[in-house]
Design a protein around this ligand. Structure first.
Ligand code: NIG
Ligand code: FE
Length: 410
């Protein structure tokens, strides 16, 4: 059954925009007084409301009243939204001037979340993940990457990834899982960093394949986590087994983006500490750069050099990094709008970063634009002018969220 949705004041198709480089708002394709024709899970056509109505008289009409701007469903290509506990204590300590080390010594940091997450049963963890996913969905995020990384043993990482798989069956949003067992060496592992990574790659990777738990491997390349030298054999093994790679890179110190580019990772995420040479490496590679403004806001740190990355021809996606430690806000649109004001990004650059450029960071080609043949994932904001969406800095929520051809909550 075909369904025709409209009339829509402005449809931002995100079509005919390059994957890489700076964008001007004039480059956005805006269809006025338009309709979106869908069949099942897919988009059949996007075009003039009047013409589509005439051409497809048998289509079921979903008539809108008032002004709306439609755009592709938002894609959050980096989250840690599967976790137990809270790190409000860390937040208070950090704002009181305590250092990373002092917070860790007081029982905070990633290890605190590992402890809280390990306490939960798989079903409880799945339930929390569904709540987070549904909150994101009502903000217009229809595809959400979710990392493990708070289990940090073969069994506990499996629990997390199975919980994400279970959550995916209980939310209309698409959850794309990633294994981040290389988040830090767990405190209860007796051995070196390299031994831990060797253990994970030989014991956990094969199960990820047989249970189809994820096709993505991430690593935190950082002084406090793993060095490029330690990660190299881990990534080599992952790549040999056919996993896609992504890296937590250059958050506080550099080194990670070089690993990402050398191993052909789909994305290098964070990049707050990237200097001219890392920016050059990234922008001359096929690895997508992912800015995580939520972590900069959460930690009170500098933003990813998004303007420079774009001006030098890079592909920039923007994600929330939603996690209990450094980015508790979990509001992709608000964070992307704030990044725009600090880094002087056009609306086209921001919207590309949370749609088709984010899809590319996940290796997904079936979403991120409003175009025939792609998934019918789109959101409708209650406004006549697309510029209002970012202008309200996250306060304007979509009035309707369509996921694979169904109106959510409708
Ligand atoms: O992406 N950078 C490392 N990992 C997370 C933070 C995780 C945590 O603090 O729990 C991040 O910011
Ligand atoms: Fe992260």
């Amino acid at each position: 059954m075909k369904k025709l949705i409209g009339p829509i004041t402005q449809v931002l198709t995100m079509e005919r925009l390059p994957l890489k480089g700076a964008l001007k708002d004039e480059q956005l394709e805006i269809l006025e007084n338009a309709g979106i024709l869908i069949e099942g899970e897919k988009i059949l056509e996007v075009g003039s409301w009047q013409s589509l109505k005439k051409e497809f008289p048998q289509a079921e009409l979903f008539e809108l009243e008032g002004n709306f701007v439609a755009m592709p469903g938002l894609i959050d290509c980096h989250t840690h939204s599967c976790f137990g506990g809270s790190r409000a204590g860390d937040f208070a300590m950090r704002n009181a001037g305590k250092t990373y080390l002092e917070i860790a010594q007081a029982g905070g940091g990633i290890w605190d979340t590992v402890t809280q997450t390990r306490k939960l049963r798989l079903e409880e963890l799945a339930e929390k993940t569904v709540l987070n996913a549904n909150r994101h969905l009502s903000d217009g995020v229809t595809t959400i990457e979710v990392k493990s990384g708070y289990g940090l043993s073969v069994e506990e990482e499996l629990k997390m990834l199975r919980a994400i798989q279970l959550a995916n069956q209980s939310t209309p949003a698409d959850l794309i899982s990633t294994c981040l067992a290389a988040h830090m060496k767990p405190r209860d592992y007796e051995g070196t960093n390299s031994e831990y990574l060797q253990h994970i790659s030989s014991e956990l990777f094969p199960i990820l394949k047989t249970e189809k738990l994820t096709n993505r491997i991430d690593a935190f390349v950082e002084k406090s986590a793993f060095s490029p030298e330690e990660i190299a054999p881990y990534f080599k093994k992952a790549r040999e087994m056919g996993f896609d790679l992504t890296v937590h890179a250059d958050q506080f110190t550099t080194g990670g983006s070089k690993v990402a580019v050398e191993f052909g990772a789909l994305s290098a995420d964070h990049l707050e500490a990237s200097t001219a040479s890392e920016i050059w490496l990234l922008t001359t590679s096929n690895t997508i750069s992912v800015a995580l403004p939520g972590a900069s806001i959460g930690l009170g740190c500098t933003f990813t050099p998004a303007r420079k990355l774009l001006d030098q021809g890079g592909a920039l996606a923007i994600a929330s990094d939603w996690n209990p430690g450094s980015a508790p806000m979990g509001d992709l649109l608000a964070q992307a709008s704030i990044l725009a004001t600090f880094e002087k990004l056009s609306a086209a650059e921001v919207l590309a970063g949370i749609t088709f450029r984010a899809a590319a960071a996940l290796g997904l080609e079936d979403r991120g634009k409003l175009k025939a043949g792609l998934l019918a994932d789109f959101v409708l904001f209650p406004t006549a002018d697309y510029r209002e969406i970012l202008y309200h800095q996250g306060k304007m929520k979509p009035e309707m969220v369509w996921k694979i051809g169904s109106l959510e909550g409708g």
